[in-house]
Write a protein that binds this ligand. Structure first.
Ligand code: G6P
Ligand code: MG
Length: 221
């Protein structure tokens, strides 16, 4: 029996507990420029590309940079972030992620990564789960970050499924908007603010049952 759909996972805040590390790295950049920003402000950075995050932070600090310096600061942010990442192990995988992947594999439902982070592949390898994904799309593979649908459309294409057959798990407003624009089913996780935009919401992936997935993905005869 052929499965009827596929799943796309965002990375930071869905597969792995890295949202705090991204926040710390970006905050260090702001601190290097002599200002700070709050966790609430950080919500608006979630899901955006590295370039768009830096643009937003510079706007908060009212700082203008040359193109050369802009690239230099993106590299500095990445070195801060990678220092955290290389300390991380599989205990950073979020509750419910591996169990959900097990269910999908049992039911022969392919799944992909669809992340804006240019460190997406590095993070999956660090966690030892890269090879579990049928396709991996990260920030190196696309021109446009979320909320543009390019990341998710490329992931669907690599999986060989129509966008309308794909279910996306996302923790960021920009990510839910990208899934919606791609014409996919959007599932918001861990953030009550997503209720307005996502098709469905859960507190975390442990709440996502086989029966729920069956509505979209499984056992089509
Ligand atoms: C994702 C995360 C953001 C992060 C961005 C860029 O969108 O949600 O928190 O800032 O990726 O990540 P990168 O690892 O490429 O700098
Ligand atoms: Mg995320």
């Amino acid at each position: 029996m052929k499965n009827s759909g596929a799943v796309i996972f965002d990375l930071d805040g869905i597969v792995v507990d890295t949202t705090g590390l991204q926040f710390l790295a970006w905050r260090k950049i702001a601190n290097d420029f002599g200002f700070d920003f709050s966790k609430d402000q950080n919500e608006g950075l979630k899901g955006l590309s590295r370039e768009d995050c830096l643009k937003q932070i510079l706007a908060w600090g009212n700082i203008k940079l040359s193109v050369k310096d802009f690239h230099k600061w993106m590299d500095i942010k990445n070195s801060y972030y990678l220092n955290y990442i290389y300390e991380m192990d599989a205990s950073a995988i979020l509750p419910g992620t591996l169990e959900l992947m097990d269910v999908l594999q049992e039911e022969n439902i392919p799944f992909a990564l669809g992340s804006a982070s240019k460190s997406g592949k590095i993070v999956l390898k660090q966690l030892g789960i890269y090879s579990r994904f049928d396709a991996v799309v990260d920030g190196n593979d696309v021109k446009n970050g979320k909320p543009d649908p390019e990341i998710f459309l490329l992931a669907a294409n690599r999986l060989g499924f129509a966008p309308s057959a794909c279910v996306v798990f996302e923790d960021a407003v920009a990510g839910v908007q990208a899934a919606n624009r791609a014409g996919m089913i959007s599932i918001g996780v861990g953030n009550k603010g997503l209720q307005k935009e996502a098709d469905f919401t859960f507190n975390n992936l442990t709440e996502v049952t086989r029966e729920f997935l069956q509505n979209f993905l499984l056992f089509q005869s």
